[in-house]
Design a protein around this ligand. Structure first.
Ligand SMILES: [Zn+2]
Length: 201
């Protein structure tokens, strides 16, 4: 265990969050350098992409989303296992939580360790941590590709595994009709792909 202190561990200020409408029924929550997340409307349900770090943070995002749609969240998609993206899952009441099969395995293998590590490194994400009921476990997993039919007017949402990258289980969400791609942590603004100092095995 190193005593190294990350620069971010004293960074407690909230980043400003902005709901952006990317296309009709397609949303992003951008957070000034923090992880961006999203939501996609189907004809009669919503797909949320990423859960945020705590149910408290997720409820703030859902309140912003609810100004645009009242449809229930049927699917919560997790791009990878990292704590700041998955531990808010309980707030969504999603019918299914979807992730890659490697992500399900990584949550069992190192989910608790990552929870401790990320909340220590980024204390501002840990606000409301007492509302986290436990590790987030996907209820639906896949190996290569999973397509969600958003309905006749909106087309498909394609979830796809594109190989090992930021972790061993990253997936992207692609809207072919709208030509919009959600990438999780596979792409970061003004930064190279972060693999925590190692090439995934
Ligand atoms: Zn990550």
């Amino acid at each position: 265990m190193s005593n190294q202190s990350f620069a971010s561990s004293t960074d407690l200020a909230d980043r400003s969050q902005t709901l952006e409408i990317l296309a009709d029924g397609v949303y992003a929550l951008t957070a000034d350098g923090d992880p961006n997340i999203g939501a996609i409307e189907g004809d009669d349900f919503v797909v949320c992409f990423e859960a945020l770090a705590t149910p408290v943070a997720a409820k703030q995002w859902l309140a912003m989303l609810r100004e645009h749609t009242a449809k229930p969240v049927r699917y919560l998609v997790l791009s990878h296992y990292h704590a700041v993206r998955v531990l808010g899952a309980a707030a969504y009441d999603a019918t299914a939580v979807i992730a890659h099969e490697n992500t399900a395995a990584l949550i069992e293998e190192r989910g608790l360790e990552d929870w401790d590590s990320e909340f220590a490194r980024f204390p501002r994400f840990a606000k409301g941590a007492e509302t986290i009921p436990g590790l987030t476990r996907p209820t639906v997993t896949f190996a290569d590709r999973l397509t969600i039919d958003l309905g006749p007017t909106r087309g498909p949402l394609v979830l796809e595994y594109v190989g090992r990258g930021h972790t061993e289980g990253d997936i992207v969400a692609w809207l072919p009709n709208q030509k919009i791609l959600y990438t999780g942590d596979l792409i970061e603004a003004e930064a190279a792909l972060y693999t925590r100092g190692r090439i995934p095995p």
